[in-house]
Write a protein that binds this ligand. Structure first.
Ligand code: FES
Length: 168
């Protein structure tokens, strides 16, 4: 388990995030050796979704415990459906909020506050900044309360077989 707040200093923590996908792929999707989930950047095609285009279902959506990834990749099995998971991908600004609906309905955005860069933490259906109290919607990254004025920026990730990779 990871405590995102342990690296919440604006000076020492910088954002990073990713998203994953599931296994509800169509036969043609499964034939692909590598799928890119760039939906968070609005670049996705096919089964890939953008934040606003096809987010997770509202029913039963929740937050999962933070997890740590290795080598910029995390098993899809560690990313529960209908939940947002904060993933630590290591390196600079490692925290990425991965929003998974069902199957490959996955988007990702930075786990760092847009006010002054503190790492956010899960707080119910919100992501909360411990530094000055900004809150963000855990499904969309939109600002719910100031002082942050901008949404959490999207992060590029890709699905590669059974894992989700952060694209750097
Ligand atoms: S750094 Fe998040 S509210 Fe200031």
């Amino acid at each position: 388990m990871i405590d995102p707040q342990s690296s919440a200093s604006p000076a020492s923590s910088r954002p990073a995030s990713a998203a994953a996908s599931g296994d509800a792929a169509t036969p043609s999707d499964r034939s692909m050796t590598r799928r890119r989930a760039l939906g968070a950047l609005g670049l996705g095609t096919g089964a890939v979704c953008g934040l606003a285009a096809c987010g997770p279902e509202d029913e039963g959506f929740g937050n999962a415990d933070p997890v740590r990834a290795t080598d910029d990749a995390i098993a899809l099995s560690e990313l529960p459906e209908n939940a947002t998971t904060l993933v630590n991908f290591g390196g600079e600004r490692p925290f990425v909020a991965i929003v998974r609906g069902t199957g490959e309905d996955i988007t990702a955005f930075s786990g760092y506050c847009t006010h002054q860069g503190c790492a956010v933490a899960m707080a119910g259906e919100e992501l909360e900044c411990p530094c000055h109290g900004s809150t963000f919607d855990a499904k969309t990254g939109e600002v719910l309360s100031a002082p942050a004025a901008s949404p959490l920026p999207p992060v590029a990730v890709e699905v590669d077989g059974d894992v989700l990779r952060r694209v750097r």
